[in-house]
Unconditional design. Structure first.
Length: 257
């Protein structure tokens, strides 16, 4: 489905502009109240306050235009690094609070954000040499009840076909990419620290993907939301073709590793 008519993305952008309008109106109210006091003190103070408000309003407008352009087209304006920082650290947390108050589906918004983040990251890797990739998987992707301990050595998978691990290991071997299973955020951070990748292809639920993108910034992360046919954290699945297609796309930008 086109990004322009994606329902999740449309809802995300509608909430984004709503939050932007709230922030702008709040700034306008603060400016008005400060102007009342400044007018009784000095015209210079009033001019300074007006100037600061104009800078604030211009910044909010510029960010909104750039973010909307990236979100709706999947392209960037060579400002992606700073845009990701603001979107990840400030914009999304505020939007999620508003969404919670309004009773909106958090996972749906996070999925839309992950897709937008992926667009930004793809813009980054077009301009950056990617020497080392890491595929990072959640422990719940392993078949529930499997006796093999794959968190320390994923290559021990025997390929019974009960889960997607073996297919992902084969993809990693085919393209000479590191692949690991993380049992939680602490383990994931240690794997990233030890592996020191230039780019992470992460599979997880919406909550863990969001925290991972935030924790690893400015390291770029391409996120893939897992499928949960058996419920939360139990024998989750991923379309392995998406992972391989993404890797092929990355290799088209750069020489084979």
């Amino acid at each position: 489905m086109s990004k322009l008519i994606s329902k999740d993305r449309a809802i995300f952008m509608a909430l984004f502009f709503l939050c932007g309008s709230v922030i702008f109106c709040a700034g306008l109210m603060v400016w008005f109240l400060m102007m009342i006091g400044a007018a009784t003190i000095s015209p210079v103070a009033a001019n300074i306050i007006t100037g600061l408000f104009l800078v604030f309003a211009s910044s909010v407008t510029l960010f909104s235009v750039i973010f909307a352009y990236t979100a709706l087209t999947g392209k960037d304006l060579n400002m992606v690094k700073g845009l990701r920082r603001v979107a990840t650290r400030l914009t999304l947390p505020f939007m999620l609070r508003v969404a919670k108050t309004a009773g909106m589906d958090r996972d749906r918004l996070v999925r839309a954000f992950v897709n937008i983040n992926n667009d930004m990251v793809r813009g980054i890797i077009k301009r950056r040499q990617v020497r080392k990739l890491l595929i990072l998987l959640p422990h719940c992707i392993q078949l529930y009840g499997c006796d093999l301990k794959l968190t320390k050595d994923i290559s021990r998978c025997t390929g019974c076909g009960g889960c997607d691990v073996k297919d992902l290991v084969n993809i990693a071997d085919r393209y000479n990419i590191s692949i690991n299973i993380a049992t939680g955020g602490t383990v994931a951070r240690k794997i990233v620290k030890d592996t020191r990748p230039d780019l992470i292809l992460a599979v997880a639920c919406e909550r863990d993907l969001l925290s991972g993108i935030q924790d690893t910034y400015p390291l770029p992360v391409l996120g893939f939301c897992n499928e949960r046919p058996n419920g939360e954290c139990t024998s989750t699945r991923i379309d392995t073709r998406l992972i391989e297609e993404e890797i092929k796309s990355i290799y088209n930008f750069k020489e084979a590793i």
